[in-house]
Design a binder for this molecule. Structure first.
Ligand SMILES: C[S@@+](CC[C@H](N)C(=O)[O-])C[C@H]1O[C@@H](n2cnc3c(N)ncnc32)[C@H](O)[C@@H]1O
Ligand code: SF4
Length: 160
């Protein structure tokens, strides 16, 4: 059997920079050009391909930043590119990180349709004063509503 490996895809953009965050995440004044981003990821995948053996992809992780700002079509295009280079195993875990501020039911349905089967939702706290002091843009109530949307669309859902 081909040796398993995982693909990590970084989306470095956020609506706001949380003061505690050490990740490679940035706020842009204009919306990122998603078609350009998808082309850059496709180029990177093509660059990495010859350096790998014929392996099976068992895990794909869209991390950030805030990947829940991506259009589902962009997620789909990245997944298609990965599938063009390697075999994605039938039971691969395909995760997308989400911030409650950018959780929208329609986009979540789109991620699911694209092949995402797991989300990781950054709730942080269920207390409005704590959320405010952490610089979060969502309330506890909005976080709980986002949990519901995640639950409806993703059976293997967990929150951080
Ligand atoms: C990179 S974020 C991606 C999800 C989304 N951007 C959000 O904040 O909800 C994933 C998790 O990393 C956590 N995180 C950010 N900075 C951290 C730090 N310095 N130490 C530990 N966790 C951190 C966030 O709180 C969030 O729950
Ligand atoms: S939204 Fe997430 S990734 Fe962006 S700055 Fe806040 S913790 Fe970091």
């Amino acid at each position: 059997m081909a040796e398993a490996f995982g693909v990590y895809v970084h989306w470095p953009f956020c609506l706001a920079k949380c003061p505690y965050c050490d990740f490679n995440s940035h706020v842009r004044h204009e919306k990122p050009d998603e078609a350009r981003y998808a082309r850059a990821i496709a180029q990177e995948l093509a660059y990495v391909k010859p350096r790998t053996q014929a392996r099976e992809v068992t895990s794909i992780f869209f991390g950030g930043g805030t990947p829940s700002l991506m259009q589902p079509a962009t997620v789909q295009s990245v997944l298609d590119e990965i599938a063009r280079h390697w075999t994605i195993s039938k039971d691969a875990e395909i995760t997308l990180e989400a911030n409650p501020t950018s959780v929208e039911a329609e986009r979540f349905r789109g991620y699911r349709a694209a092949g995402v089967n797991r989300v990781s939702l950054g709730v942080q706290a269920l207390d409005d004063a704590s959320l405010k002091s952490l610089g979060r843009m969502h309330t506890a109530q909005e976080a709980l509503a986002a949990v519901e949307v995640a639950r409806e669309n993703f059976p293997g859902f967990h929150s951080t």
